[in-house]
Design a protein around this ligand. Structure first.
Ligand code: LLP
Length: 433
């Protein structure tokens, strides 16, 4: 793990002693290393944006978003991919340049589209034919012309959990490459006055270690671009190739450098453009997990320890499904250490359980640990992506705080929820009072 070391037996992350962070800010606690995020953004600039002309990189904000993250993304020169009114609103409130925002979603609400269009979001990524009509109508009402990409489903199968696989034909996302559907959509995109069709988008899936499905999708979309040029004389100016680059969670994961994906994507695009005599479009990538995943850890305090002789030892922490639903949802695996015993020999195997009233609330099965005691601090790695952003209040448990660490400095970027936050929206009808 980058940005990690051990001092006096304690785990240090982003230059901060994690046991001090736990004491100072309480647990559970999400900790994000600004340096790791910046390193990833630098790699995107060096290996993609600066290396290839006419390229853009949008951070997929569904992985982790708040005002501070918007600021980091903006400063690092990335664009922003959003999928909801809430994400758009966050970007607006952070003064993120809205022309650098891509708005996705398979069922954008009218009010979300109005928010996007009124705030001049850079691109709307149209997910289906129904939406084309709607965007054109709303844009007309507001006297705007909206630049759009069409999301297509390239029809490639991928090797990941089926819940995060999106490129196959039978998907709720995108316009299928069935002749009468895609050409009908393109015709509308060209014809409608309040829409400017800029090009196409695909996203094949998430947490991938192979570039094969990206390459397969590029192959198909380039053939589409050629056919559309021949049929309608339409020149595709932009191609958004989505995200999906995998990260390290636990042994067995085989993450690749960014260039493993981006070089292969660019090489394929150049080759196909040459072969099919096409102009090279602006190429966009959209990584989320790859930017933020390994930049985050979660700290918990260990509470009850239950030993079932000859079966297993359950070590319970003060969080679980509410701060990290991924193990319960996808069978996701994580690695962790006891932060205050980081250099001790691991001679026991325990199961880390959450505190929810739910049998499936197990964070890690069979984790190797040293002698563990109640009050120890557990640090779970690679929790930066889809943890805070998927957190919830199951069992009325308040969401943890998020702390940004950098070279020994620690700043709260999201406050811990309080019990009052939990009842803030509750209302009691008169007759029940
Ligand atoms: N672009 C689009 C259109 C997407 O739908 C996604 C992710 C991304 C980019 C970013 O993908 P990434 O680079 O992060 O793999 N909650 C799941 C992941 C869902 C991903 C949804 N779309 C999880 O926790 O694994």
């Amino acid at each position: 793990m980058p940005n990690l070391n051990i001092k006096n037996g304690n785990l240090i992350f982003g230059g901060c002693d994690t046991t001090w962070l736990a004491k100072e800010f309480g647990t559970p606690l999400y900790v994000i290393s600004e340096e790791i995020v910046k390193d990833r953004c630098r790699e995107i600039r060096d290996e993609f944006l600066f290396k290839y002309q006419n390229t853009r990189a949008a951070y997929a904000s569904k992985a982790f978003l708040n005002l501070a993250m918007c600021k980091i993304v903006e400063r690092e020169g990335l664009d922003l991919d959003v999928v909801s009114g809430g994400e758009i609103y966050t970007a607006i409130k952070a003064n993120f340049p809205m022309e650098r925002v891509f708005f996705h979603g398979n069922n954008k609400a009218i009010e979300e589209l109005e928010l996007a269009i009124n705030n001049d979001v850079g691109r709307i990524v149209v997910d289906n034919i129904w939406e084309i009509e709607l965007i054109n109508k709303i844009a007309k009402e507001h006297g705007k012309k909206v630049k759009v990409l069409f999301r297509i489903t390239p029809g490639v199968e991928i090797d990941t959990h089926k819940y995060i696989s999106t490129g196959q034909k039978d998907s709720k996302f995108g316009i299928p490459l069935t002749e009468n559907v895609i050409f009908e959509a393109v015709k509308k995109g060209i014809k409608y006055e309040n829409i400017e069709l800029m090009g196409f988008h695909f996203h094949v899936g998430s947490q991938l270690f192979s570039n094969e499905s990206h390459i397969g999708a590029v192959e198909r979309v380039m053939v589409l671009i050629k056919e559309i040029k021949d049929r309608f004389g339409f020149v595709t100016r932009e191609l958004n190739t989505g995200g999906g680059y995998g990260i390290y969670y636990t042994h067995g994961d085989d993450p690749k450098p960014l260039s493993y994906f981006t070089d292969a994507i660019m090489e394929k695009i150049y080759k196909k453009c040459d072969e099919l005599i096409l102009d090279i479009p602006t190429v966009i990538i959209e990584p989320g997990r790859w930017v933020i995943g390994e930049a985050g850890i979660t700290l918990y305090t260990i509470g009850s320890i239950k030993e079932i002789p000859d079966i297993r030892t359950y070590v319970s922490v003060d969080g679980g499904i509410p701060d990290n639903p991924r193990p319960a949802l996808y069978g996701a695996k994580y690695d962790a250490v006891i932060a205050n015993k980081a250099d001790e020999e691991k001679n026991k195997v325990v199961t880390i359980s959450g505190k929810c009233c739910e049998t499936g609330d197990i964070l890690i099965w069979n984790l190797k640990v040293p002698e563990v005691e109640s009050g120890d601090i557990l640090a779970v790695f690679s929790t930066g992506a889809y943890n805070y952003s998927m957190s919830n209040n199951y069992n009325r448990i308040p969401r943890p705080a998020v702390v940004l660490v950098n070279e020994g400095n620690a700043e709260i970027i999201v406050e811990r929820e309080t019990y009052d936050d939990l009842i803030r929206k509750d209302r009691v009808p008169e007759y029940l009072r």
